[in-house]
Design a protein around this ligand. Structure first.
Ligand code: HEC
Length: 142
């Protein structure tokens, strides 16, 4: 008989532990759960990693020639970023692809009759630098 009570007592204790973990634990329950650990966060989207400060330095060397200081645009050259609708409709990844590809005169979206050269004509720019530039030009919109 006493063995049976022992068993019941242990069972009760177990039930308590589970109940506590389920009710009070919240996030803590996951840690003690064992099997179903939260997977590590997916590889950070490079897209949001841009550093606008570093981007400004690159911009002022490469893009400024056509897009002007602070992205105000240059008549007959690059379009302004301060009023660009386009910048508001694309995410960073799409913008990265855009800047890498450019928008030649023959492109249906070209409105100026002037080439937007791939990477602003500076093929040495890395994706990371371009994302910095993108983070910077996103700060220019009025
Ligand atoms: C040689 C001149 C030139 C340089 C240098 C240049 N661009 Fe451009 N860019 C243009 C022209 C011209 C357009 C507009 C093309 C058109 O008619 O749609 C443009 C358009 C753009 C647009 C689209 C704007 C919109 O509202 O449609 C983005 C974004 C852009 N450029 C980013 C950059 C970045 C970033 C750099 C530097 C890495 C850069 N450009 C360097 C000439 C240039």
């Amino acid at each position: 008989m006493s063995r049976k009570y022992m068993f019941l007592a242990m069972l009760a204790a177990l039930v308590m532990v589970f109940a506590l973990a389920a009710c009070g634990g919240g996030g803590g329950a996951e840690e003690t759960g064992g099997g179903d650990a939260v997977p590590p966060p997916a590889e950070q989207e490079v897209a949001s990693a841009g550093d606008p400060e570093a981007g400004k330095q690159q911009f002022d060397m490469v893009c400024i020639a056509c897009h002007g200081p602070g992205g105000v645009g240059v008549e007959g050259l690059g379009k302004p970023f301060t009023t660009s609708e386009f910048l508001l409709t694309v995410d960073d990844q799409e913008l990265l692809e855009f800047v890498k590809t450019g928008r030649p005169v023959g492109h249906p979206d070209n409105t100026t009759g002037v080439d937007m050269p791939p990477k602003g004509g500076n093929p040495a720019l890395t994706d990371e630098q371009l994302l910095d530039i993108i983070a910077y030009i996103r700060t220019l919109h009025e």
